[in-house]
Structures are given as structure tokens and as C-alpha cells.
Design a protein around this ligand. Structure first.
Ligand code: FAD
Length: 458
């Protein structure tokens, strides 16, 4: 295909949302052009999910070396070789990147490298050529946000993009923002040996999670020597001789070598022709209905660009949904509460469904029942020396509507939690399933046994 072809689908942005749409659409026989200005795979593969998890895993190994003596193993932690960490991390990325490039090539997708601009409701201009489609999918993703008066200069005031390629472990760091990205970097840097302080304006870490998860994470971070200031807003940052000083609205100040700004990510939608094509937006986010349709009939949008959960697997799901709809199938809208969420710090925070507070709003306080299962009763967690809890939220006499977990490796348990939520399982039905012993997965089973009125190890 070349630029004179009219494609079924022209996709702007080759990140999780865009490439998932491209792969599924081509599988369904649609003729697809995929336009990417940087690297296929986008934020998740190159600057997000994958590199952060590699850093966190390196941190886990550093912690294991430090703690080896507790298990009777003679090993000593002798510091971090950041070049080695990057080599490992970049190896993971490049393997996945090659695989993805091969996949896109094998599906006969027309891949166009270059910066695109929506030139009409059915076309995108790239490198002086026009790519026309029956339909266009906007998938230009998001970028780190800052605050008024706070310039991310990449030197001492950095974003996650800079933090991922930092050539050293900072002696000390202030992390502005106690959400997912902030706590993940705080956790990895602490494991690498840095002094870390998190500054969060809201009264708790991971404020989108159930309050119990925040409390448990705060306790665990305190134990690990990660400092945090909650409930006081950022006022300003200035350079000192040695690093950066941050001042909060309550007058408190913090100093460190680096300031990581992790206050969230904003949509990449400016200057790309979206307004001119009449696409409705709110604060830069492209507005869509439950089928990812914008107000312009030939334009859809997916991923971080739209105001849904900013997660790679949400981008994949939205991309697939759009491809299937355009191929004439009837995909079911996404239930965003049913999307699993994992924060990969040490300990991990994982959840699906609604928080206790939200359940009370939805169903009435007297209709909501909760149960907390402590990992202290779970054999495998004892073996791993990990503490934590699983909290279940259910409707009285009804289904489980929220599962909230804190503990190392519990992110891997979110799969069963997701089935429980999405299949509206009753606690007795889950309790009926035999969970393998000794696994951490067993803790989910035991929590449901307890909720069904027949606790075993509690
Ligand atoms: P992106 O991945 O941002 O892709 C958009 C693409 O569009 C980019 O490749 C960009 O180059 C391209 N583009 C933009 N403008 C143009 C243009 N004009 N022309 C051509 N191309 C253009 N999510 C998880 O689910 N799990 C995690 O563990 C996780 N960890 C994260 C850690 C960090 C540090 C960060 C920053 C994010 C993390 N995320 C995680 C979120 C995840 O990365 C995003 O939700 C996901 O990448 C969104 O996909 P997207 O396709 O919408 O956007």
C-alpha cells in the first residue's frame, strides 16, 4: 500500500492503544495504516510499564541480597551497578520491541514512521503525504505533567522519562506525587539505597485505592525507611548548591539531590488538528462514548488520550474494541471497575472492583460487608517473609464487588480476583474452589472461606 490507497483504518500513535487496534483490525481483514513518530510500543514498552518493572525487579534482587542472611544464605549486597541495571532493562525492552515489530510486519500493516497530524475527519498528514481512511483512530497517548512554575529540566527536576535513564542511584530524592508512578520509583530507588521522601497533597499514598491499602502501604514504606509527607500541597522548588529544595504550602521544606515530578500524565492532543476537525475535548482529553467514538462519526480515540484509566491493558482493550466495531462485530463496552490495577512497589498493591467507600455510595452503608484476611495466616507468605492483607468488599448476601490486596507478589493474584469480580461470584462459590497449598493464591481462597462463614486458618 502507499499513500494513494484509501485505508479502512488510519491509526495515529503506535502505543498500547494504537498498535492493539492495528493488530486486531488487520486480523479481521481490515487494511490498516499505523503512524508513529517515535517507537512502536509507545510509553508502556519504552518509558513505562516494562522499564519500571525491570528496575523494580533489580531492586527486589538488591533487597534479597541484603536480606539473604535471614534465610541462612551467605551473600552480601555490594551496591548497584547502574550501567548493568540499564543493560538488563534495555535487553528486556529490545527483545519485546523486536517481537512487536515482527508482529506488525507479519500482519501486513502499513507502518509509517513520522509525526502525523489530523488533516480532516478522514485523513492524517505525515512527512508531506496524506493517508486517508474510512475511519481514523486517535491514539497519541499522554506525557508527564508538571505544575505552574515548576519546570522539568531533566537535570535535577526530572520526570519518569529521565528517571528511567538516570546513570546513577541518587543519594537522595524527593518524589512529588504518591500515586502509582511515584510510589514505584520511590520503592525502586529505596531498594537501590537512596534516601527517598514522597510528597503527596492528598492525605494518603495511592489515593485511588481502598483506604486500607493506603494504610498498609504507608506502614510498609515507613518500615523500609521511605519518608513521606501527606496532605500538604507543593508550593515551590528551587535549586540549592547541592540539589533541590521543595517548599510545601504548610511551610515545611525538604532537600534532596533530585526532584522527581510524578503528579500524573496529561493527554498529547495539542497542535495535532483535533480541534480543527471538530473533535470534542475536555482539558485536552478527547471525549468518547462507551464504544470509544468521538463526536465526529469517522473518528475514534483510545488509550491515555481519553479520560479512562491510564493503563496499558485498558489501551489494549479499547484498541481491540474499536477494531472489532469497525469490522462490523458487536463488542461489549468495557466495565472499567472490572479492570485489574496493580502497583508494583514493594510490597505490591493490587485491586479490582470498587473500594469500600465507593461500594457504600453505590449500595448504601448498611448493605456493604468487608473482610480482611491477614497474610500472617498464609504459609507461603510466611516462607517469603512478606506481610500484607487481602480485603474483600461484598454486598450483604450478595456478590464480591471489590478485592484489595497488599503484599509482595500479590499482583499475580489479581487474575483470580478479576474473575471473582467479573463473574459476580458469591463468597460461598469461591470458597467451594480448592486453592493449592502452600501458595499465596490460597490466601484469596481462605479470605472467601472466612467471608462464607467457614474460616479455616483465621
Ligand atoms: P502511549 O503508549 O503514550 O502511545 C502513544 C504513541 O503515540 C507514542 O508512541 C507516541 O510517540 C505516538 N504519538 C504521539 N503523537 C504522535 C503524532 N503526532 N504522530 C505520530 N505518533 C504520535 N500501565 C500499566 O498498565 N501497567 C504499568 O505497570 C504501567 N506502568 C507505567 C509506568 C510509567 C513510568 C508510566 C509513565 C506509565 C505506566 N503505565 C502502566 C501506563 C501505560 O504506559 C499507558 O497507559 C499506555 O502506554 C497508554 O497507551 P497509549 O497507546 O494510549 O499511549
Amino acid at each position: 500500500n502507499d499513500a494513494s490507497t484509501v485505508f479502512d483504518l488510519v491509526i495515529l500513535g503506535g502505543g498500547s492503544g494504537g498498535y492493539a487496534a492495528a493488530l486486531r483490525a488487520s486480523q479481521l481483514g481490515l487494511d490498516v495504516a499505523l503512524i508513529e513518530k517515535n517507537k512502536l510500543g509507545g510509553t508502556c514498552l519504552h518509558n513505562g510499564c516494562i522499564p519500571t518493572k525491570a528496575l523494580l525487579h533489580a531492586g527486589e534482587i538488591a533487597d534479597a541480597a541484603r536480606e539473604a542472611g535471614e534465610f541462612g544464605v551467605r551473600a552480601a549486597f555490594d551496591g548497584i551497578d547502574m550501567a548493568g541495571v540499564h543493560k538488563y532493562k534495555d535487553g528486556v525492552i529490545s527483545g519485546l520491541y523486536k517481537g512487536l515489530q515482527g508482529l506488525v510486519a507479519s500482519r501486513k500493516i502499513t507502518y509509517v514512521e513520522g509525526e502525523g497530524r489530523l488533516s480532516s475527519p478522514t485523513s492524517v498528514d505525515v512527512n508531506g503525504r496524506r493517508y486517508t481512511g474510512r475511519h481514523v483512530v486517535l491514539a497519541t497517548g499522554s506525557a508527564p505533567r508538571s505544575l505552574p512554575g515548576l519546570t522539568i529540566d531533566g537535570d535535577r527536576i526530572i520526570s519518569s522519562d529521565h528517571a528511567l535513564v538516570l546513570d546513577r542511584v541518587p543519594k537522595s530524592a524527593i518524589v512529588l506525587g504518591g500515586g502509582v508512578i511515584g510510589v514505584e520509583f520511590a520503592s525502586a530507588w529505596r531498594s537501590f539505597g537512596a534516601e527517598v521522601t514522597i510528597v503527596e497533597g492528598l492525605p494518603r499514598l495511592v489515593p485511588a485505592e481502598d483506604e486500607n491499602s493506603s494504610k498498609l502501604l504507608e506502614r510498609a514504606f515507613r518500615k523500609r525507611g521511605i519518608a513521606f509527607s501527606l496532605g500538604a500541597f507543593f508550593q515551590g522548588a528551587e535549586y540549592t548548591d547541592e540539589g533541590v529544595r521543595v517548599t510545601l504550602a504548610n511551610g515545611r521544606t525538604f532537600e534532596a539531590e533530585l526532584l522527581l515530578v510524578a503528579i500524573g500524565r496529561g493527554p498529547v492532543s495539542q497542535g495535532l488538528g483535533y480541534e480543527e476537525a471538530g473533535v470534542a475535548m475536555d482539558r485536552g482529553f478527547v471525549l468518547v462514548d462507551e464504544y470509544c467514538r468521538t463526536n465526529v462519526p469517522t473518528v475514534s480515540a483510545v488509550g491515555d488520550l481519553i479520560p479512562t484509566l491510564q493503563l496499558a491493558h485498558v489501551g489494549f482493550a479499547e484498541g481491540i474494541l474499536v477494531a472489532e466495531r469497525l469490522a462490523g462485530l458487536s463488542p461489549v463496552p468495557i466495565d472499567y471497575d472490572g479492570v485489574p490495577r496493580v502497583t508494583y512497589c514493594h510490597p505490591e498493591v493490587a485491586s479490582v472492583g470498587v473500594t469500600e467507600a465507593r461500594a457504600k455510595e453505590l449500595y448504601g452503608a448498611d448493605q456493604v460487608v468487608t473482610l480482611r484476611y491477614n497474610l500472617g495466616g498464609n504459609g507461603k507468605s510466611k516462607i517469603l517473609k512478606t506481610a500484607g492483607e487481602i480485603k474483600l468488599v461484598r454486598i450483604r448476601d450478595g456478590a464480591v464487588v471489590g478485592v484489595h490486596m497488599v503484599g509482595d507478589r500479590l499482583g499475580e493474584q489479581v487474575g483470580e480476583a478479576q474473575l471473582i469480580y467479573n463473574w459476580e461470584a458469591l463468597p460461598a462459590e469461591v470458597a467451594q474452589l480448592i486453592h493449592a497449598h502452600p501458595t499465596q493464591n490460597e490466601a484469596l481462597g481462605e479470605a472467601h472461606l472466612a467471608l462464607a462463614g467457614k474460616p479455616l486458618h483465621t
